[in-house]
Design a protein around this ligand. Structure first.
Ligand SMILES: Cc1cc2nc3c(=O)[nH]c(=O)nc-3n(C[C@H](O)[C@H](O)[C@H](O)COP(=O)(O)OP(=O)(O)OC[C@H]3O[C@@H](n4cnc5c(N)ncnc54)[C@H](O)[C@@H]3O)c2cc1C
Length: 510
């Protein structure tokens, strides 16, 4: 220990470095478990302009779990989808997004204005009694001392130090926390500069359409996005020789937005050059330090999944921190964080890169697009992968898959009654045994008393399904399971819910 005074410093269970969407979501979830959290954010106020413009049903389900879905949904709009066209506007590939709520209980895709979302997340934080937020606090160093982490930051012209049981770096691409870990970027090969332009329309322009249009053009791929209210986004790929100072001028921009829109129809609210990269941190956890969101991964925005991935990271991390700090789980439970999240994230990055390559080549690539029809009737579908190396029994085919969220006979969604706990859904046959092993951190739901739950089991040919607080499946028992399989399932759950003993022993990577 390099500082004997360390235990006299203010101490928090968790320090979150960075209050972007990832850190703000994490703070809200941890507050739901009553954890003592300090958030340190360098900026004095929320960044007033959007970066992300899309989130998905998984993100919305997480917002639901922190009680913010209604406010966030009110400001967002359901996305109709994306059309990939060539430079002559001929349809190459269609990615329609359903206009009905899906198996996760929400619409699969939303368009939103990022400052609205961050305002809601901050409203949530302000209502949390156990979360302290210091704005204008720039973290300069984090040091894992073994028993605690020391965090140094400057605030109001003075240097401060606090300690924490765990420090989570949600401090973006240039993360200080990542720098303190023995960690490198794995470069997945995509690097392009794009000009991002946000326009505020002066008057409605319904003729611009509601679809996102990705123009695939070897010379100059571009994207048009229909955002909420009067907001519209254009993204334009840049050539290597084009300088930021030149392309952010009105002289460069307006000719490229015509004929869609002219200067008297809208105001350029923001123009910025971004470097779109594809990177994955080699380690996501080292001792008491962890990273999430852009601190752990970067991807080009063609799928609109960078922020969504960060939200999945913290949903995964939060219940594990709560399990350790509140439910006596062993610290080794956190080893599953990187194991479950890293390879899952790789799939999103690689897919986003392939879409980027498609936009650059004006040709469709395979895998992602099942069969491209010359008439543009090919359809793209969303990624629905389970977690890599998920906790659970290796022979359980449902472990690590995303759980559906049925609407119960009461009219509530399952997540509304889970209270951030595990949901054990089982038929009456197993209810007594499962109830006896469930603890304060799980709730047993009898499928016999609710048709939505019995349908869920029936559809999955299961007699029991255990859903984690982050809405992935921990364990399942087949409807026709042999006696040995039943014994193995009950033994696993008994160890898991018996203070999480045996958790790591039983989990093997897929
Ligand atoms: C043009 C563009 C379009 C995009 N579109 C989408 C989309 O449609 N959908 C989607 O899901 N994603 C999208 N993304 C990606 C998305 O914006 C990011 O993945 C997301 O904002 C990352 O959030 P974060 O909270 O992890 O990091 P950030 O938003 O970068 O937040 C990090 C925070 O940490 C703070 N910080 C940094 N260092 C320190 C320090 N030392 N001390 C204290 N505080 C610190 C920063 O001030 C900042 O507030 C897009 C990105 C771009 C560039």
């Amino acid at each position: 220990m390099n500082n004997p005074d360390v235990f006299q410093q203010p101490h928090h269970e968790v320090v979150i470095v960075g209050l972007g969407p990832t850190g703000a979501t994490l703070a809200n979830i941890l507050a739901g478990y009553g954890l003592d959290v300090l958030v340190l954010e360098r900026e004095e106020s929320v960044y007033p302009l959007p970066r992300a413009v899309h989130f998905d049903d998984e993100a919305m389900r997480v917002f639901q779990s922190i009680g913010l879905a209604e406010g966030i949904g009110r400001d967002a709009r359901v996305n109709v989808g994306t059309k990939f066209v060539d430079r002559d506007q001929k349809l190459l590939l269609d990615w329609p997004r359903p206009q009905e709520t899906g198996p996760l209980g929400w619409y699969p895709s939303y368009r939103f204005h990022q400052p609205d979302l961050e305002a809601e997340l901050n409203r949530g934080i302000a209502a949390c009694k156990t979360v302290t937020l210091h704005r204008g606090a720039s973290v300069t160093a984090v040091t894992d001392l073994g028993k605690v982490v020391e965090v140094n930051y400057s605030h109001d012209g003075a240097e401060h130090m606090v300690t924490a049981d765990y420090v989570i770096g949600t401090d973006g691409a240039k993360s200080v926390v990542r720098a303190a870990m023995d960690c490198e970027w794995e470069d997945l090969g995509f690097q392009e500069r794009w000009l991002v332009i946000d326009v505020q329309l002066n008057r409605p322009r319904p003729d611009l359409g509601d679809f996102t249009i990705q123009t695939c053009d070897r010379d100059r791929p571009t994207t048009y996005v229909r955002c909420p209210r009067e907001w519209r986004r254009w993204e334009i790929s840049l050539w290597p020789e084009e300088e930021a100072a030149d392309v952010t001028t009105e002289e460069f921009i307006w000719p490229r937005l015509r004929p869609a829109i002219t200067p008297d129809e809208g105001r350029i609210a923001r123009k910025a050059v971004y470097s779109f990269e594809s990177k994955l941190a080699s380690r996501w956890r080292e001792g008491r330090l962890m990273i999430a969101g852009d601190a752990a991964h970067l991807m080009p925005p063609f799928l609109g999944q960078g922020m969504c991935t960060g939200i999945r990271d913290v949903a995964n991390l939060a219940w594990k921190l709560a399990a350790i700090l509140r439910w006596d789980a062993p610290d080794s439970l956190l080893d599953s964080y990187e194991c479950e999240r890293r390879e899952h994230t790789r799939i999103y990055i690689e897919t986003a890169v392939r879409v980027g390559e498609m936009m650059n080549s004006a040709q469709t690539t395979d895998e992602l697009i099942h069969a491209v029809q010359p008439d543009g009737s090919a359809k793209m579908s969303s990624i629905e992968k389970g977690l890599g190396g998920a906790l659970g029994l290796s022979n359980d085919m449902m472990r690590g898959k995303r759980a559906c969220q049925p609407r119960l006979v009461s009219g509530e969604l399952l997540g509304d009654v889970m209270e951030n706990k595990f949901a054990i859904i089982c038929s009456e046959q197993f209810a007594t045994s499962l109830e006896s092993m469930s603890r304060k951190y799980s709730k047993v739901f009898w499928s016999d008393s609710d048709k939505a739950l019995s349908d869920l089991l029936f559809k999955n040919e299961a007699s029991s399904i255990v859903i984690r607080p982050d809405f992935y499946i921990l364990a399942s028992l087949k409807a026709n399971a042999a006696t040995e399989e039943q014994i193995e399932f009950f033994q696993f759950l008994s160890e898991f819910f018996g203070n999480f003993q045996g958790v790591v022993k039983n989990s093997t990577p897929v």
